[in-house]
Design a protein around this ligand. Structure first.
Ligand code: NAG
Ligand code: NAG
Ligand code: NAG
Ligand code: NAG
Ligand code: NAG
Ligand code: NAG
Length: 624
């Protein structure tokens, strides 16, 4: 009786758990940029979140540049005044492997002379630069990359290049299987696959996976239609029959993808697809096949070689043999280095006179950039707000990467041992900065140079600067720093140059700094009304300890007491003299005369006082 419920519960739990695993939906975030309210789009009732909580920039009504873009009515653009780098930072993204896709937009109201051209980065890696003419090419109205998001955030940044304002229609972050598009040992979490082409051969309509009723774990891929590879060398073919093994892990391709194909003709038995690529890059190429031609009935009836830029990549491909049956999906992948600007995928028949292909995917293999140490990013953010750094500095995203678009004024250094970027210099001189310098500046532990000269920075010189071990140059000249120079600056043993001139600093220059003068480092403390204590500055007043101050207070009190006693003695003595005079009135003329004189002086004073008042009324000359 006791054991049965336990077993039952275990069974139920296991059942629930396994169905949970099997049925769990991928994590999905779709953002309609510039939207005030969440949007649902037909035909799949797809939910797009409004983006008001996410970022700066300016919302506007959108003109979609192409009929492929999702039917969204708004966009967000980033004018020059927003600064060069603008980002969407999306939080609470489960660790995993994602398709990130960004559609570009055109502002419906402003009149664009030129389409905007800008760069896009994901997690600090630049994945795409818009190419001129993109508005006229349906497959260039978006960019897409497969990335690993491992730190709980997705940072997607748009970098101005001086060619118009970046304008974004939508952002999609769609989870895929962790091992999706695994292509071999070189495939690691540090790679990013940027989609360079994704073609559905023999198909007439652009389709997303959802249009094909594909599995959500496929990342809702977009398939460009291609009716022919050119010169009428091929024919589109299609079937209504079901295709086996299409929607398999890890990529879950939609079955319908294999129901259309391009087949070569008698006049031109070879099939060749050619595309433009960037030179000297590595590409991952995925080719999709299914034998959907009813005339090919068995293995050995259609055999062909696959050549990439003329080099055989797969020999003797026999779809029926390799997939195990007709109407069964076969996926082949290979990686190639392309040195030129052209990538050609050729199919050369060996048995049977025709080649066939159902779909092609080409990815550019990128290496994810190493990011800046998180501690340093936080310190810079604290600096950004304390100094009220203007937007033009572009302090958004990662400070050092993409390397094409680092933050202005932060000098980056790559540390090979930790594979992280560090900040080794702050060059923010003469930038009209206000605000103050936070203590957090010392968290930039690798700083060697700080130049904040010629700004309007107020407040104290943070004592924590003394803990930046390798600081060589500290130039805070021509600001409004006040208070005293922190003693801690004396700990900076590498310091070669310290400019504190032109501030409102006061007090004694720390002895440890003064001593350094002897060791060849150069200092400038001039133009600080209140500094003292080294040659060239005024000498400091006596330096008193608390004990000395008590001593002086005590001495003063004693002195005052002595004075009171003396006065009393004098008064007593005078009384005695007067009494003596009264007693010996006639026999002491000297004493009387003296009293008289004293009286005369008093009279003179009274007189002189009254005269002075009159003199003041007549003119100042008499006063002296
Ligand atoms: C966008 O269009 C709507 C009408 O469709 C209009 O009310 C709104 O003001 C427009 N917004 C902008 C920023 O132009
Ligand atoms: C891609 O090809 C490699 C061999 O070149 C293979 O190990 C890998 O499993 C293939 N990937 C997929 C997802 O089929
Ligand atoms: C391409 O891959 C090879 C190794 O297969 C590597 O040595 C090379 O650096 C890669 N090139 C680029 C541009 O990533
Ligand atoms: C700091 O920048 C100013 C220019 O604003 C320059 O004159 C000065 O030499 C720099 N300081 C150092 C120590 O290089
Ligand atoms: C420094 O200036 C700030 C105002 O900018 C003031 O609040 C502070 O008291 C001053 N500190 C000293 C030590 O004079
Ligand atoms: C120190 O700064 C003052 C201006 O505050 C300047 O006139 C002087 O030349 C500087 N001295 C040195 C040695 O750089």
């Amino acid at each position: 009786m006791q054991r049965f419920p336990f077993l039952l519960w275990t069974l139920l739990f296991c059942l629930a758990f396994s169905t949970c695993i099997a049925r769990q939906a991928p994590w999905v975030m779709r953002i309609s940029c510039g939207a005030r309210l969440n949007v649902h789009t037909a035909p799949t009732n797809t939910l797009w979140y409004k983006d008001f909580a996410y970022t700066g920039g300016i919302p506007a009504n959108a003109t979609r540049p192409s009929y492929i873009s999702p039917p969204l009515k708004t966009l967000r653009y980033f004018p020059l005044s927003s600064g060069p780098n603008n980002c969407y930072n999306i939080n609470r993204v489960p660790k995993g492997h994602y398709t990130v896709r960004v559609f570009f937009g055109l502002d419906g109201h402003r009149n664009f002379d030129n389409e905007p051209l800008f760069d896009i980065s994901i997690e600090g890696t630049q994945i795409y630069s818009l190419k001129s003419g993109w508005t006229n090419h349906d497959d260039q109205v978006f960019t897409e990359a497969l990335v690993f998001l491992t730190d709980g955030t997705a940072s997607i940044c748009f970098h101005s290049t001086g060619h118009g304002d970046p304008a974004i229609l939508s952002i999609e972050i769609l989870q895929m299987e962790d091992r999706a598009y695994y292509f071999g040992p070189a495939w690691v979490q540090g790679i990013i696959l940027r989609t360079a082409a994704r073609l559905s051969c023999g198909n007439g309509k652009p389709k997303f996976d959802v249009d094909y009723s594909g599995d959500h774990w496929g990342g809702d891929r977009f398939w460009s239609p291609i009716k022919t590879f050119g010169q009428g060398s091929d024919l589109a073919r299609s079937t209504e029959s079901g295709i086996k093994k299409a929607s398999n892990a890890p990529n879950y391709y939609p079955e319908a993808l294999y129901q259309t194909a391009l087949v070569s003709t008698d006049t031109q038995p070879d099939l060749a697809y050619t595309m433009d690529v960037d030179p000297n890059r590595n590409y991952s190429i995925w080719l999709h096949f299914a034998e959907i031609d009813s005339s090919v009935t068995a293995a050995g009836k259609r055999v062909f070689d696959i050549l990439i830029n003329g080099v055989v990549a797969f020999e003797d491909v026999d779809i029926v043999k390799m997939s195990g049956d007709r109407y069964t999906a076969l996926v082949l992948n290979t990686t190639v280095t392309v040195s030129g600007r052209i990538l050609t995928i050729g199919l050369h028949p060996k048995e049977g006179s025709h080649a066939i292909i159902n779909a092609i995917e080409v990815f550019e293999i990128l290496t994810a950039e190493s990011k800046t140490s998180l501690e340093e990013v936080r310190a810079l953010q604290s600096l950004k707000s304390a100094l009220s750094l203007p937007l033009r500095f572009g302090w958004n995203g990662d400070p050092c990467v993409p390397q094409e678009h680092p933050w202005n004024g932060a000098d980056c250094h790559f540390d090979k041992t930790s594979s992280k970027w560090f900040i080794d210099g702050l060059s923010l001189d003469n930038q009209g900065l206000r605000g103050f310098l936070p203590n957090d500046i010392s968290r930039l532990h690798h700083l060697q140079n700080i130049n904040l000269s010629d700004n309007s920075i107020r407040g104290a010189v943070p004592p924590s600067i003394g803990t930046i071990p390798g600081l060589v140059v500290l130039d805070l000249s021509y600001n409004s720093f006040n208070g005293s120079i922190p003693e801690s600056l004396g700990q900076l043993t590498s310091l070669r140059r310290l400019n504190l001139n032109g501030n409102s600093l006061s007090g004694r220059v720390p002895a440890a700094l003064g001593g350094r003068l002897l060791h060849g480092a150069s200092f400038n403390f001039t133009d600080n009304a209140g500094l003292c204590g080294i040659p060239g500055l005024r000498t400091c007043g006596p330096h008193l300890s608390a004990g000395e101050k008590i001593g002086i207070a005590f001495g003063t009190s004693v002195g005052f007491l002595l004075m009171v006693i003396c006065s009393m003695c004098w008064w007593k003595r005078r009384q005695n003299i007067l009494r003596a005079q009264q007693i010996a009135e006639r026999g002491a003329p000297y004493a009387k005369a003296r009293t008289q004189l004293s009286h005369d002086i008093q009279m003179t004073r009274h007189y002189s006082h009254g005269n002075a008042r009159t003199a003041a009324e007549n003119g100042p000359s008499l006063l002296s």
